[in-house]
Design a protein around this ligand. Structure first.
Ligand code: NAP
Length: 258
């Protein structure tokens, strides 16, 4: 059996974990950062919490004898991806990143693309507007720099936003286009702020904004180390099947003393 550590946080990580759990060649563990109060049970073996930096991840990979590492974290979880790249190189564990392409604007989209959350706050402009903020609890603080807007912050868990004119709606996706449209219409949203996760399961808000002519401030992905990148769960399965064949071959060669 090939032991596979999947760094999770995305629906693709869950799907890969479920496919591996149903395949006798693999023994996979899904790892979550633990950013939400409760984790929706993925139905496969999982662990929660950091490893303790690069050293901790190296130690974990060595101790548990992992044969492959799949970085299927959220595209904005850059620190974890950098740690994965360093640890995989140090421990010599094959690493692949599972990440689909970013969203691209299409006809009808009214996007302003920015590189940072601070730039996103600035891009809202000087005229007060009603903002639907979907960048996650950890990043909302950046919008304190533009306190004249009214913010509706959507996050998985309720929290006290560090903004004067903000309300929080706690909700866990995926959401459909009709739900997103209804929310934007009911709340008279002028601007949507989103990270360019590229995730199909969160794309409905982008379609709804297009249909309603709502402006979108789109935060671009951070740059990540260059590693083997696979854009779909099916590609990750093929990559892992190859890793399994190589590991099996290495094991037989060692057994025969070749
Ligand atoms: P991060 O800044 O890349 O990671 C910070 C630390 O969290 C890592 O160094 C690691 O701790 C731990 N960690 C992250 N992902 C992990 C995983 N899959 N398994 C075990 N430990 C993990 O990531 P972040 O703090 O979670 O979030 C950064 C950005 O990504 C935010 O903008 C957030 O909204 C977005 N995001 C993250 C997730 C998620 O599931 N993490 C989901 C959606 C969006 P150690 O150094 O101790 O190993």
């Amino acid at each position: 059996m090939l032991k596979v550590l999947i760094l999770g946080g995305t629906s693709e990580a869950r799907r890969l974990g479920q496919q591996l759990a149903a395949d006798a060649r693999f023994d996979a563990l899904l790892s979550f950062a633990g950013r939400t109060e409760s984790i929706a049970d993925p139905g496969v073996p999982y662990r929660v919490g950091g490893f303790g930096g690069i050293d901790g991840l190296c130690e974990h990979l060595r101790r548990e004898r992992y044969g492959a590492l799949v970085d299927a974290t959220h595209p904005f979880a850059a620190q974890m991806s950098r740690h994965a790249a360093s640890a995989a190189e140090l421990v010599r564990v094959p690493l692949a990143r599972l990440e689909g392409p970013p969203w691209r604007p299409v006809a009808g989209d009214r996007w302003v693309e920015v590189a940072t959350m601070a730039a996103a706050a600035a891009a809202l402009g000087s005229d007060p507007c009603r903002v639907l903020c979907t960048v996650g609890r950890l990043e909302v603080g950046a919008f304190a720099a533009a306190p004249w807007h009214e913010y509706l912050v959507r996050a998985v868990d309720p929290f006290e936003p560090p903004l004067p004119r903000a309300r929080v709606i706690a909700a866990r996706g995926p959401f459909c286009v009709d739900e997103e449209r209804a929310l934007m219409e009911r709340e008279h949203i002028d601007v949507l702020v989103s990270k360019n996760s590229g995730t199909p399961s969160t794309y409905a808000k982008i379609i709804a904004a297009r249909q309603l002519g709502v402006r979108v401030v789109m935060v671009c992905r951070p740059s990540l180390p260059a590693v083997t990148t696979l854009s779909a769960v099916s590609e990750a399965m093929i990559w892992l099947e190859r890793a399994w064949v190589e590991a099996d071959h290495d094991a037989s060669t060692t057994k025969r003393g070749v």
